[in-house]
Structures are given as structure tokens and as C-alpha cells.
Design a protein around this ligand. Structure first.
Ligand code: NDP
Ligand code: MG
Length: 383
């Protein structure tokens, strides 16, 4: 029987890559649900091609235009609750969670509550609700399969040993657009500079996060929850070629790495087909063309976000929700030209430092911490 997939964020970078993968895997998968934020025409074109009956639009202002385009079989859900309704009604076995930020959070939580398989691209879900969603998945039997390339690599490498045998996880990073820039140059960086990633072609939010290394900070927290390790079992390595996607060091000193061309279709396909491996998508890795693999320690002075990631991974509780929300609001302010590049991390650190930490938060408390952090960033902008 074909696996039924719902894609949250089908019009984004991950969503479009996923549909490319699924186009090749039509014998094994059927797309039964799609959700987008504003690019409703793109979603409609996808729905026609893949014959999808259940659609959701996150921004309700586009609902009326979309209604006019639907055929008799299609059903439309709208707004944040609409994303949750899509999960409840589309009849999927697997949800690809690829909406940027926290907009798709409740729909992803619903998928976990319903015990579905969740291919998780949206790292914010684990950063914000890590302590709650991992416990929920344990209770419902929902599988959380990482799509983020580093976590997919670790997930694959972990098949070589048991959880008790992990010594350390190495998260690799290409170094982003400012790897060779000085601190002074970085202070002057514009949104266009930050959006020019040397390796990966991704959505704007994660690309800016890669420039500040907040992306790696979020990934440290993501790894902490996903693999149930402590912050001091996680190491970050700069690896400019972006061929080794991450590694696990086991207690006998053996390192198991996953290598591949930097192409998100590979971890997306693996997450969808897990535990099987199907035919390759994209270019094979030619090591004779790559020739060298370099490693550098990260410069913590230029990238203070890394320290913050370790701090939040150590604290756990409500810290991740505050880190993510403050950063998301600060990135928006940077894109709008309201703050300088260096202020993204500065403000996020300051707000994380000020929040009233809750050790064992409920989902409601995490959402309240998220709202508080966003308000603090906005209040700082007007003071
Ligand atoms: P994009 O910006 O390219 O796409 C974001 C998607 O989210 C779009 O489909 C967008 O819809 C949708 N969206 C935004 N707001 C809403 C809303 N309110 N309701 C419903 N849908 C909404 O981002 P990426 O694809 O790059 O990233 C998606 C997630 O995957 C992020 O969490 C990112 O951290 C993670 N990720 C991405 C990687 C990558 O290579 N791109 C790698 C690893 C993780 P629309 O465009 O129609 O408004
Ligand atoms: Mg990543």
C-alpha cells in the first residue's frame, strides 16, 4: 500500500524539494495534504499535479481566492487552526513538517498526538517544545525522523551503535557566508550579504540563521532533544566542503560519519522512506572531485550564538522557546532594516538571560514564553 504524505510548507525550499523526491516515488507514496502560507497559486499547481484533495492556507486573507479555484473533491482549511484540521482530516500516515518558524507548531504537535510518523525539517518544533514533544511521541508511538541534514546524518550513524555507547555528536557547519569575514566586517553586513550562502540554497530565515550561526545553536538544542544527549556531548566543527553532514563518536573512539553531496533531497527522501533506502535522487558524491575535507574550530568570538546554543541545551525547560522566539523576531527586525546584523544575537542573548526559567513547562507555558520573548524584542525596538 502507498504511504500517504501531508506536506506542511509545500511551497518552500524543503516542500518543493520534497515534491521533487515524491514525483520519482509515485509507486510508493501518495500526497494527500498540502499546506502553504501565502503562495496559494503555487500550492494550487502542486495540488493539480499530485491530485491532492486536502489543502490548507495559513494566511486566511488568501482563502477566498483559493476557494474559487477548488474542484468538487477538494477541501480547504484556513488559518493556524486550519493547519491542525488538515492533519486531522487528510488521512495521512506521514507528515513532513516544513513550515518556517513556529506557524506550523500546533499542526506538528497534533500529528505527534495522533501517533503519525513525522519527518521533521522544522527544527523550531524541537527547540521550542523539546521537553514536551519528545515525551508526547514516547506516549503515542509517533516517530520523529529528522530531515535537517546534520540530524539525519547522526540518526543514520547511530545505527552503528546503541544510545549508551555514544561518546559525542559532531555537528558540522559549512561556516556560512561570513566564515572568512572579520568581526568588523560582520557588523556592517546587510541582509543581502547574509542571504548569500556559499553552499546551501534555503529559505531566507534559515539562511540568515546560518550567517549568525544561530542555525547551529538551534541545531545543538535540536540534537539535545532528538538524541537525548547532554550539552557537553555535542561538538561543533566547521567543515567548509559540507560533504560530511555530521558524525557520531562512540565510546571505543570510532567515528561514524554520513557523507553526501549537499542536497536536501537526500535527507528528505531518507526520512520519508525510512527504514528503507530507495534509488538515489540527485548527483552521486565523487570524492575524487572533492579531494580534500577540511575542518576548523568555530570562532566563538565572532559567533556568540554558539555559546548561547550550548547554554540553552544545558538549561532545557523553557529556554529553547525563548531562544527561538527572540531570534525569530530579531531576524525579522534585521530584514526590515531596524537592527544591525550583530544585534540579532546580542538581543536574543539578552532576552534569554532575562526570562523567568521554568524547568518542566507545559505546552501552554512554552507558548507563553514564546509570546513574551517576541514582545520583548518589539519593546526593545521602540525604546
Ligand atoms: P522557506 O522560507 O523556503 O519556506 C517556508 C514554508 O513555510 C513555505 O511553504 C511557506 O509558505 C510556509 N509558511 C510560512 N508561514 C506560514 C503560515 N503562517 N502558514 C502556513 N505555511 C506557512 O523555508 P525552508 O523550506 O528553507 O525551511 C522550512 C523549515 O525547514 C524551517 O524550519 C527550516 O529551519 C527547516 N530546514 C530547512 C532546510 C533547507 O535546506 N531549506 C534545512 C534544514 C532545516 P508560503 O511561501 O506560501 O508563504
Ligand atoms: Mg542543518
Amino acid at each position: 500500500m502507498r504511504q500517504r504524505v501531508c506536506i506542511l510548507g509545500s511551497t518552500g525550499s524543503i516542500g518543493r524539494n520534497a515534491l521533487q523526491v515524491l514525483r520519482q516515488l509515485a509507486d510508493d507514496f501518495e500526497v494527500v495534504g498540502l499546506a502553504a502560507g501565502s503562495r496559494w497559486q503555487d500550492m494550487m499547481a502542486q495540488a493539480r499535479e499530485f491530485k491532492v484533495a486536502h489543502l490548507a492556507i495559513g494566511r486566511p486573507e488568501y482563502e477566498s481566492q483559493l476557494q474559487g479555484e477548488l474542484n468538487a473533491e477538494q477541501k480547504l482549511y484556513s488559518g493556524e487552526e486550519g493547519l491542525v484540521e488538515l492533519i486531522e482530516h487528510c488521512g495521512c500516515d506521514c507528515v513532513l513538517s516544513a513550515i518556517v518558524g513556529t506557524a506550523g507548531l500546533m499542526a506538528t504537535v497534533r500529528a505527534v498526538e495522533m501517533g503519525k510518523k513525522v519527518a521533521l525539517a522544522n527544527k523550531e518544533t524541537l527547540v521550542v517544545t523539546g521537553p514536551v514533544i519528545t515525551e508526547l511521541a514516547r506516549q503515542t508511538g509517533a516517530q520523529l525522523i529528522p530531515v535537517d541534514s546534520e540530524h539525519s546524518a547522526i540518526f543514520q550513524a547511530l545505527h552503528a551503535g546503541s544510545a549508551e555507547e555514544i561518546h559525542r555528536l559532531y555537528l558540522t557547519s559549512s561556516g556560512g557566508p561570513f566564515r572568512t569575514w572579520t568581526l568588523e566586517q560582520m557588523k556592517q553586513a546587510t541582509p543581502a550579504d547574509a542571504l548569500a550562502h556559499p553552499v546551501w540554497n534555503m529559505g531566507p530565515k534559515i539562511t540568515i540563521d546560518s550567517a549568525t550561526m544561530m542555525n547551529k545553536a538551534l541545531e545543538i538544542v535540536e540534537a539535545r532533544w532528538l538524541f537525548n544527549v547532554t550539552h557537553d556531548q555535542i561538538e561543533v566543527l566547521i567543515h567548509p566542503e559540507a560533504i560530511i553532514h555530521s558524525m557520531v563518536e562512540f565510546r571505543d573512539g570510532c567515528l561514524i560519519a554520513q557523507l553526501g553531496t549537499p542536497d536536501m533531497r537526500i535527507p528528505i527522501q531518507y526520512a520519508l522512506t525510512y527504514p528503507r533506502r530507495l534509488e538515489r535522487c540527485g548527483e552521486p558524491l565523487d570524492l575524487l572531485r572533492v579531494r580534500q575535507l577540511r575542518f576548523e574550530p568555530p570562532d566563538r568570538a565572532r559567533y556568540p550564538a554558539l555559546e548561547l546554543g550550548f547554554q540553552v541545551a544545558r538549561q532545557g525547560g523553557s529556554s529553547g522557546a525563548v531562544l527561538n522566539a527572540a531570534n525569530e523576531a530579531a531576524v525579522e527586525a534585521f530584514q526590515a532594516g531596524r537592527i544591525h546584523f550583530g544585534e540579532i544575537t546580542e538581543r536574543t542573548m539578552e532576552i534569554v538571560g532575562r526570562h523567568k526559567w521554568i524547568e518542566h513547562p507545559t505546552l501552554e507555558q512554552l507558548l507563553a514564553a514564546d509570546r513574551w520573548a517576541r514582545n520583548e524584542v518589539h519593546a526593545c525596538l521602540t525604546c
